[in-house]
Design a protein around this ligand. Structure first.
Ligand code: SF4
Length: 277
């Protein structure tokens, strides 16, 4: 079987930065280290961090000691304030590209604009962005929600950084048609863009695609959905143990890609296992 590994598989800049920041803290500080929410959507990396003593805070603490890391998705400004008031040192590992979206929202909110965020309503990044948009913020998670949308211009449209490009374009065009005059900021991150384009390209060249990543990672699931949409047989696995040799044996060439929170060591194990099939 020919195995083709995507160039843009695995950790994106923001996730790598957040993981490295946390690991450096583990090495340099004796006080407890915790992340506010799971650092990334990958159970194997979370297990490694847990073994190194990194705790996960699910709720905003009233009191905390040591250092609390804000993950790459960012948080609403009110949550950051509460973390700072808790007594812990706050290490903000929000991805610079997410910070840029937050800054756009802040700038236009001050000028009285409404913000439309195209993204998954329950995703931590979108919750953080909504915190910046305040009461004038609205989330659109899919075309089906457009019928209910009520907008009073002026308004801006931004996207969750890991949104599907085609979905964003379609939703934006529909919003502009109903409410002309909005300012659109395509804030989909480069890394997402390249990863998704590569999946489309790969689906034309291979017989099947293996997507490696956490089951609760939105960007990983999106890669699989894109392949499905192109009628490419797709296998979503967290580790090499989930590869089904019997099923995969029937394909002559298999592409491998991975979500932004999948570490290189797991991708390598998947590629090696496939090559051995
Ligand atoms: Fe940052 Fe892009 Fe990674 Fe999101 S996908 S954390 S915006 S580099």
């Amino acid at each position: 079987m020919k195995v083709v590994l995507a160039k843009h598989a695995g950790f994106c800049m923001g996730v790598r930065r957040a993981v490295e920041t946390t690991l450096k803290l583990v090495e340099s500080r004796h006080a407890p280290i915790a992340t506010f929410g799971p650092l990334i959507h990958n159970p194997q990396v979370l297990e490694m961090l847990e073994q190194k003593g990194v705790a996960v805070l699910d709720d905003l603490p009233r009191q905390a000691a040591g250092t609390v890391v804000i993950r790459a998705h960012g948080v609403p400004p009110a949550s950051k304030e509460k973390l700072e008031q808790s007594g812990a040192a706050v290490e903000d590992a929000t991805c610079p590209r997410v910070v840029k979206v937050q800054a756009i929202i802040d700038k236009y909110r001050r000028q009285g604009y409404t913000t439309v965020i195209v993204g998954d309503r329950d995703h931590a990044e979108v919750e953080g962005l909504m915190g910046h948009a305040g009461e004038a913020g609205v989330v659109i998670s899919g075309m089906a929600e457009l019928a209910e949308l009520k907008l009073t211009p002026p308004y801006i449209v931004v996207s969750q950084t890991t949104q599907d490009e085609e979905m964003f374009q379609a939703i934006t065009a529909a919003i502009l048609e109903r409410f002309p005059g909005g300012k659109v900021f395509n804030t989909i991150c480069d890394s997402t863009h390249k990863r998704q384009d590569e999946v489309r390209e790969m689906c034309r060249q291979v017989d099947a695609l293996v997507v490696v990543g956490g089951r609760n990672s939105a960007n990983t699931k999106r890669l699989a959905e894109i392949a499905q949409g192109l009628a490419c047989p797709v296998f979503l696995v967290e580790t090499e143990k989930e590869l089904d040799g019997e099923q995969l044996r029937g394909y002559q060439s298999v592409g491998v890609t991975a979500g932004a929170s999948t570490p290189a060591w797991i991708i390598r194990q998947v590629v090696e296992t496939l090559e051995a099939i």
